[in-house]
Ligand binder design. Structure first.
Ligand code: SF4
Ligand code: SF4
Length: 344
């Protein structure tokens, strides 16, 4: 998988700055706390912020994307991987085909059922059950979006992937992570000798009729337009047909600086910021994870918070349909203020 856990649309830095300032300014106007006995630390109480306001929450509007985290093991150790994947990180263990199929069965009974199944990791193609999970998801009638670095773990499965794509034409999208349109910047983040292997995988997918998308980070302070122009030139050189103006085919994610201080999100922030709760990922997504040592998978609120037990919502999709309290700095930084809207 990738950093790329938000599906589309990132905002420009100026918008982010304006939003953050609004939230800070709004907080400063609150005269009386809702409760006098509020905790002083941010993100300490699930219901009340440090300034005594009611914390924002998000209801599940409709489950549009059901994500399966196939495990945190990865063949790479990229800088700033939000889930800290590596060849050694097995905090989330491999999800089995049988475990995934139970959630697929529940998903097909929903009205409406999810529009797509998202597959993320780690690197999903390191999971020994990945082909079965893909096949079951496609056979159940879902569109499937799989995030991958397109390197050796994927490339060793070329023959079965071709067979799957023939059996379910147009329904399997592979989104390849390429962190920049220049090899040097990509390898600065992903490590030496990662560029050409990913390019080889991307070319193989494109030349063999897969639906292909690319995800990139915007780590260099480059504008959206410059990034898209850089990728357009690269794809021209490679002979790859990807519409770089389409934000679902070339997905640019905002830089993830998780350590930054952020304001907490209150109920009234929605109005101040001109946003709605429906615009953030947990209004339309859930993710199935399996923690190391757990006897069964769990459903968490979103792809961004796989480790935080406070965002574990239940053992089934039905249990996990309850509202999510935005009691994490990622909620503010990446979703409400960061502009990383996640509906695909
Ligand atoms: S490819 Fe890199 S960013 Fe993606 S999961 Fe592996 S280590 Fe993380
Ligand atoms: S980080 Fe918070 S606001 Fe964003 S999708 Fe996850 S739970 Fe929702």
């Amino acid at each position: 998988m990738d950093q790329s856990l938000f599906d589309t649309q990132s905002r420009q830095p100026a918008v982010l700055a304006r939003s953050a300032n609004l939230a800070e300014g709004y907080s400063a106007t609150i005269a009386e706390p809702v409760r006098p006995d509020v905790p002083t630390a941010k993100f300490g109480d699930p219901d009340i912020t440090a300034t005594g306001e009611r914390r924002a929450s998000v209801s599940l509007k409709t489950l549009r994307t059901l994500w399966f985290n196939t495990g945190t093991l990865c063949n790479l150790t990229c800088k700033n991987c939000y889930i800290e994947s590596s060849p050694r990180n097995d905090r989330l263990v491999f999800l089995s085909r049988a475990e995934a199929s139970r959630f697929l069965a529940e998903a097909t009974r929903l009205d409406p059922p999810p529009a797509e199944i998202g597959i993320t990791g780690g690197e999903p193609f390191m999971n020994p059950d990945i082909l079965g999970i893909l096949e079951d998801s496609l056979a159940a009638g879902f569109a499937v979006l799989t995030l991958t670095n397109a390197m050796k773990p994927m490339q060793r499965l070329k023959a079965p992937l071709l067979a799957l794509n023939r059996k379910f034409p147009g329904r399997l999208t592979l989104r390849v992570s390429l962190d920049h349109y220049e090899s040097s910047e990509h390898e600065r983040l992903r490590g030496r000798n990662t560029w050409q292997r990913t390019i080889d995988g991307l070319l193989w997918l494109a030349r063999n009729g897969f639906v292909v998308a690319v995800a990139s980070r915007t780590v260099c302070g480059e504008t959206d337009a410059r990034m898209r122009a850089g990728y357009a030139a690269l794809f021209d050189r490679l002979g790859v047909s990807i519409d770089t103006a389409d934000p679902t085919r070339l997905v640019l994610f905002p830089e993830m600086r998780a350590e930054e201080d952020v304001p907490e999100i209150t109920e009234r922030c929605w109005g101040i910021l001109g946003k709605t709760p429906d615009s953030v990922m947990c209004a339309s997504s859930r993710m199935v994870v399996k923690r190391k040592g757990a006897d069964r998978p769990a459903v968490v609120a979103c792809t961004l918070l796989p480790y935080d037990g406070a965002f574990e919502l239940g053992a089934s999709l039905a249990e996990a349909a309850r509202p999510v309290k935005l009691n994490h700095r990622y909620c503010a930084r990446f979703c409400v203020l960061g502009g990383a809207s996640c509906s695909g």
